[in-house]
Write a protein that binds this ligand. Structure first.
Ligand code: ADP
Length: 499
């Protein structure tokens, strides 16, 4: 005999379990025989009490219950089932079928009843109908639960998605296949006129979007089934630049579902690009003139039409120009190292007084040659945590400028002192000074004051740019006071313990 129930119309995931509660042995045996042959699992009980115990444990699908039984009678079994196991289909077996009994048993939760005596076929039919009902009830419930779970997942998913969209700084605008606006985040709504979310009917993107470039992108995507995405740059007000990307959304079959537009502020990127190209222009310009000079001298030397004395002089000039170029390249490399942060720094406790002494000593030769006095005045503990090479670079640049842009017989005074958790160094000179209008530019790359007084002074215009970057890297400050024709004072403040 097959273990698969021979049912028509309904297939069961597991073999249905049936229990027969009847004190009449022939009924119990008859039912067991007929229903087992149908492929069901059948148990029997001869009285209500043991039947109820079995029902509680047995995980039955259907119970055939005799109304008149010793122990707990059929009516009470129905009550117990109704209260405790409402999913078990109850079919009443009754010897005296009457309208009243039928009504009462159905009231107590019975699905149907079968009057004695019954034929095997009547039994099979009533059991089949009962099982079908149970199967339908269970599968309906499962479907409902699945649907509820799916809806819950969907709501959670949607609210998670909306939270992410809301938090995004990029603008997001979504249109459906008819080009109607279906979703936008707060950043995206800045690109739309009015508050399109308010209306009941979704507006067409082209009618509400502020920039024509966006509606053109949507149009292109809608019209060209092969176009996966396209982008455009938007020039907004206040010199800001935006990049908009539109991506087509297609279903698994490739059918067009709509378009997602993401708009990103690229102003900062643009600014950096502009600065980069300005810097490259500046560097090329600065390199060109010394190289042109060297080439000019070399041309004359190659032509050979120069005296030995002239050729020596020209070679000397070439050397000076090449040295200056080398200095410029070193300075540029320093700047790029500071900017990129890939400097090898050894942060240790340093005595700034000692560093300044060394810097001044090394520059004294250049000063003495022009009869310039260099004084160093230090007070108190001047210890700070820093990279020694960087300290030397900052103060060598400042002291060397104070000498370079000084007058013969002038003076340079370097004073250093501690104030709270900072060290302050003033480098003051009695030199040519600077006009107020140039003070803002001295820290720019390649900036040099062009005047008769500076014409003979060599330099790259990068020294103060390096100083400024280094001081910034320590979280310090640099400040200039200058009087044209009188002299300048550069003041540097560095924290004792940089962060
Ligand atoms: P460089 O000295 O190589 O030209 P810097 O960046 O060190 O470049 O200085 C930029 C410009 O600032 C100098 O060319 C000069 O015109 C001006 N400058 C710097 N220091 C002084 C100073 N102590 N007195 C007067 N002018 C100065």
């Amino acid at each position: 005999m097959s273990s698969e129930p021979r049912q028509s119309g309904v297939s069961y995931e597991e073999t249905p379990r049936i229990i027969v509660l009847d004190d009449e042995e022939s009924i119990r045996l008859g039912c067991e025989k007929v229903l087992s042959r149908e492929g069901f699992e059948v148990d029997v009980a001869a009285d209500g009490s043991s039947g109820w115990e079995m029902l509680k444990e047995g995980d039955y699908d259907l119970a055939l219950i005799d109304l008149k039984m010793p122990g707990i009678d059929g009516m009470n079994i129905l009550k117990l089932l109704n209260e405790n196991l409402p999913d078990v289909v109850a079919i009443v077996i009754t010897g005296y079928a009457s309208y009243e009994t039928a009504v009462e048993t159905v009231k107590l939760g019975a699905y149907d009843y079968i009057p004695k005596p019954f034929t095997p076929d009547e039994l099979r039919n009533v059991v089949r109908r009962g099982l079908e009902r149970r199967f339908l009830r269970l599968s309906n419930r499962r479907l409902r639960e699945e649907r509820e779970r799916f809806l819950l997942d969907l709501t959670e998913e949607r609210s998670r998605l909306l939270t992410i969209l809301r938090a995004m700084s990029d603008g997001v605008i979504v249109a459906n296949r008819r080009g109607e606006l279906v979703l936008s985040n707060p950043a995206g709504r800045g690109w739309l006129r009015g508050d399109p979310q308010e209306g009941e009917v979704p507006p067409v993107i082209a009618d509400v979007v502020k920039y024509e470039e966006i509606s053109q992108m949507v149009e292109r995507i809608e019209e060209d089934p092969d176009l996966a995405s396209c982008d455009a740059e938007l020039d907004a007000e206040d010199d800001r630049y935006f990049h908009a990307a539109a991506t087509a959304v297609r279903d698994e079959g490739g059918a067009y579902m709509g378009v997602v537009i993401v708009i990103r502020d690229i102003t900062e990127r643009r600014e950096i690009e502009k600065m980069k190209s300005a810097f490259v222009r500046m560097v090329s310009h600065e390199l060109r003139s010394p190289l042109a000079a060297v080439q000019g001298y070399l041309d004359l030397l190659v032509d050979g039409d120069v005296t030995e004395e002239d050729s020596h002089r020209m070679l000397e000039r070439c050397r000076a120009r090449v040295e200056a170029l080398q200095q410029m390249i070193n300075d540029l490399l320093d700047i790029s190292r500071i900017e990129s942060g890939v400097m090898h720094r050894e942060m240790r406790v340093q005595d700034l007084g000692e560093v300044l002494e060394e810097v001044v000593e090394l520059q004294r030769g250049a000063a003495t040659g022009r009869d310039i006095d260099v004084l160093l005045e230090t007070a108190g503990c001047l210890e700070l945590t820093a990279d020694r090479r960087e300290l030397e670079e900052i103060f060598t640049n400042l002291v060397s400028n104070a000498i370079k842009y000084n007058r013969d017989g002038g003076r340079v005074t370097v004073t250093a002192a501690r104030s709270e958790d900072r060290l302050r160094v003033d480098v003051a000179d009695t030199g040519i000074g600077m006009k107020p209008e140039v003070l803002d530019s001295v820290f720019d790359e390649f900036f040099r004051v062009r005047s008769s007084e500076t014409a003979s002074v060599t330099g790259t215009g990068l020294g103060l740019a390096i100083v400024k970057r280094l001081v910034d890297a320590y979280g310090g400050d640099i400040d200039i006071r200058s009087e044209y024709g009188e002299g300048s004072t550069f003041s540097v403040e560095l924290p004792v313990q940089p962060k």
